[in-house]
Design a protein around this ligand. Structure first.
Ligand SMILES: NC(=O)C1=CN([C@@H]2O[C@H](COP(=O)(O)OP(=O)(O)OC[C@H]3O[C@@H](n4cnc5c(N)ncnc54)[C@H](OP(=O)(O)O)[C@@H]3O)[C@@H](O)[C@H]2O)C=CC1
Ligand SMILES: O=C(O)[C@@H]1CCC=N1
Length: 279
């Protein structure tokens, strides 16, 4: 099944032009999507100007103007304002039946469909910021109104941001959010801590930055490209009685695994809270 020529030619409109929309737009442009096919709505003039300048896309202050003729909407505001955004667009959604993608943490496809007036094709997604480099990963869940064409269109859009993983059970989307949506921040926190520790051990700040960045990059590439499990790659670094063993024993004694488990559980729980608090 393929998209109709009209829908393929129609623009994609992002409602909300903040950090994550910028990452996704950057991914689309880097993939060669025509800038004239991308619109962004944001209330902030500075945000709009920066997006127009950096990507040459069409920017709007009002969603009502931007959604005109758009076959795909990407809801990219904070979860806390999404109900109001959807309710104000419900008449247009009912009249034009767009494919609606959401990137909001926690907010369910059922809530979005209800706020948009019912019977709307909704794909709830959870991308992450490496989308800006085409190196992201996105979890996707489609409601019952999304047909094969809609799924393919959502997948094509998010593939510009990197890998995609479809989730059959929406209840798992909060776990996706806690793992990969928030996940880049966990890696950045580790990098911050490693940098601080390297400086504390006497390394100049510039050198500490280079050593940490290249270590994270190299380790990520080995994870992605070797096909080996993380535990096996770790084992190969860890010489018996050597330096790595001294560090790993410190992490294990400090409860790193349980801490990571608690952190992802709390992020997952927070997704459910965002849904309930903003209904
Ligand atoms: N940041 C991330 O890593 C990820 C974020 N997400 C999700 O993406 C969404 C956006 O997050 P993020 O980009 O970080 O947030 P930002 O605050 O950076 O972006 C949201 C933007 O939407 C604007 N906005 C507010 N109200 C409206 C409106 N009525 N119409 C259009 N735009 C509006 C905001 O303006 P103002 O600032 O004035 O309110 C802001 O510029 C969230 O739902 C989040 O859960 C998903 C995956 C990863
Ligand atoms: O922190 C948040 O709520 C958003 C969702 C995933 C990443 N950032």
């Amino acid at each position: 099944m393929t998209d109709s020529p009209e829908r393929l030619a129609a623009p994609v409109v992002f409602i909300g032009g903040g950090n994550m929309a910028r990452s996704l737009v950057g991914g689309l442009i880097a993939r060669g999507v025509d800038a004239s096919k991308i619109r962004v709505v944001d209330p902030n003039a500075g945000t709009r100007d920066a997006l127009a300048r950096d990507f040459g896309i069409d920017v709007h202050a009002e969603a009502a103007d931007a959604v005109d003729g758009a076959a795909t909407w990407v809801l990219a505001t904070k979860p806390q304002v999404l109900r109001g955004v959807c309710e104000s667009l419900a008449p247009t959604a009912q009249a034009t039946r767009p494919l609606v993608l959401s990137i909001a943490a926690g907010i369910t496809a059922t809530q979005l469909e209800r706020w948009l007036g019912g019977d709307v094709a909704v794909v709830r997604t959870m991308p992450n910021t490496p989308a800006l480099l085409g190196a992201g990963v996105t979890g996707l869940f489609a409601n019952a109104h999304v047909d094969a064409v809609g799924r393919a269109r959502a997948q094509a859009l998010l593939e510009s941001a990197g890998a995609t993983v479809w989730v059959d059970d929406e209840a798992r989307m909060d776990a996706v959010t806690g793992t990969s949506g928030s996940g880049p921040a966990y890696v950045f926190l580790l990098a911050e801590a490693m940098e601080d520790a390297a400086i504390a051990q006497g390394l100049p700040a510039d050198d500490a930055r280079t050593l940490v960045v290249q270590t994270v990059l190299g380790a990520a590439r080995m994870l992605a490209e070797s096909g080996e499990a993380p535990a096996e790659l770790r084992r190969r670094v860890t010489s018996p009685g050597g330096t790595t063993q001294a560090a790993i024993e410190t992490f294990e004694a400090g409860g790193l695994r349980a801490l990571v488990g608690d952190a992802i559980a709390n992020a997952t729980r927070r997704g459910g809270e965002l849904s309930a608090a903003n209904d």
